[in-house]
Ligand binder design. Structure first.
Ligand code: DX5
Ligand code: ZN
Length: 217
């Protein structure tokens, strides 16, 4: 049994001291740093861009799991690759040329992720399962932290796990949105291997203990 990876989202961090917050996440046992990039068009919120990712890169050696919630992500693959992203994940709904964006990400030596919104059916990403390194299944409508987990997204996690196991694909299955200890436990037992979470990690009274008990899910 492989240990669950915990990917805290810095969307819930103190934005005035992101470098320190990232160092703290590393100290408390995070596996990846989940970075939510929003453009105010694909989602109704604006967060951070490639220059911030670049300035955060020296603060940790942990993988940067960059979640692009932007339209036409093909415009910015190189920028985020150069800024130091390790995983570059874009949305199925935001892009008309999925195979070429996946190739592009790989051509920069980065891991490629594909994400789907709650209302997007699983079969829209099925053709790409053998080409992606990460499937990011949204368990809230993207745009904001602190929303409630949508359990109706779980069948997609189960379907992804079935295909990965049957075909031996080498990829992570991540869930993102409303993840806490209990919803994380359900997601992991359904097949998730990565838990992306903001509020539950940053609001935990003891972050180290919280991350550690998620590792045991
Ligand atoms: C939402 C983002 C999430 C967000 C999760 O659009 O993609 O990564 O930070 O926040 P919580 O864990 O608070 O739901
Ligand atoms: Zn995210």
């Amino acid at each position: 049994m492989v240990m669950v990876k915990v990917a805290p989202s810095i969307l819930s961090a103190d934005f005035s001291r992101l470098g320190d917050e990232i160092k703290r996440l590393e100290r408390e046992g995070a596996d990846w740093i989940h970075i939510d990039v929003m453009d105010g068009v694909f989602v109704p919120n604006i967060t951070i861009g490639q220059s911030v990712v670049k300035s955060l890169r020296p603060f940790t050696a942990l993988p940067f799991d960059v979640h692009l919630m932007i339209t036409k992500p093909e415009r910015y693959v190189k920028e985020f690759a150069d800024a130091g992203a390790d995983y570059i994940t874009f949305h199925q709904e935001a892009c008309g040329c999925i195979p070429s964006v996946l190739d592009d990400i790989h051509s920069f030596g980065k891991k490629a992720g594909l994400s789907i919104n709650p209302e997007t059916p699983f079969n829209t990403i099925e053709p790409y399962m053998d080409k992606i390194d990460l499937l990011l299944i949204m368990t809230v409508h993207p745009g904001f932290g602190g929303q409630a987990f949508m359990s109706e997204c779980l069948p997609k996690v189960a379907e992804a796990r079935r295909l990965v196991d049957e075909n031996g694909y080498c990829m992570e299955i991540s869930v993102d949105g409303g993840i806490n200890y209990n919803t994380g436990k359900t997601a992991v037992s359904t097949g998730a291997s990565v838990l992306a979470a903001g509020s539950a990690i940053f609001k935990a009274p003891d972050m180290k203990m919280e991350i550690s008990r998620w590792h045991d899910l």
